[in-house]
Design a protein around this ligand. Structure first.
Ligand code: CDP
Ligand code: MG
Length: 136
């Protein structure tokens, strides 16, 4: 049975500042993702804190929110069959040093914090994250 899903993707500041956003968007499209909506923006720290609220008890939370709000990001709604898992597979492991060959984080990530891309991890979070950026 078909399972077309939408997921939220973010091209993080480390990748946008290296002008990798077009290259990363092409890789998504080559892998069958349709970019339904996209925008380029810079978050306030408080907005990053809200976006990453699930991580608020983690030791890396403050640095993570400072980082996500440190520069321009590109946010996109991606659509594809099983888009959520498909995007997580294409992104690779959180730590680029542990990511599989050919994944976005292996190709572009600099470190566990500057790992170039975000992708929703479940249907519930995809909905919450899409609404966060595109509810209007
Ligand atoms: O992004 P992903 O879902 O793969 O990982 P996460 O566990 O949900 O963590 C969110 C983000 O926090 C990661 O993408 C990293 O940028 C950052 N992080 C970090 O800086 N240090 C860690 N030890 C773990 C995650
Ligand atoms: Mg996550």
């Amino acid at each position: 049975m078909s399972n077309i899903e939408q997921t939220l993707s973010i091209i993080k500041p480390d990748a946008v500042e290296r002008n990798l956003d077009n290259e990363i968007k092409k890789i998504f499209q080559k892998n069958g993702f349709r970019i339904l909506k996209e925008k380029k923006l810079k978050l306030e720290k408080t907005e990053a804190e809200q976006f990453y609220k699930v991580h608020e008890t983690k030791p890396f939370y403050n640095d993570l929110c400072t980082y996500l709000s440190s520069g321009t990001i590109v946010v996109m709604i991606l659509e594809k069959e099983n888009a959520i898992k498909s995007n997580r597979d294409l992104m690779g492991a959180t730590d680029p040093a542990k990511a599989e060959e050919g994944t976005l984080r292996k190709l572009f990530g600099k470190s566990i914090d500057k790992n170039s891309v975000h992708g929703s991890d479940s249907p519930d979070n995809a909905k919450i994250e899409i609404d966060f950026f595109f509810k209007d």
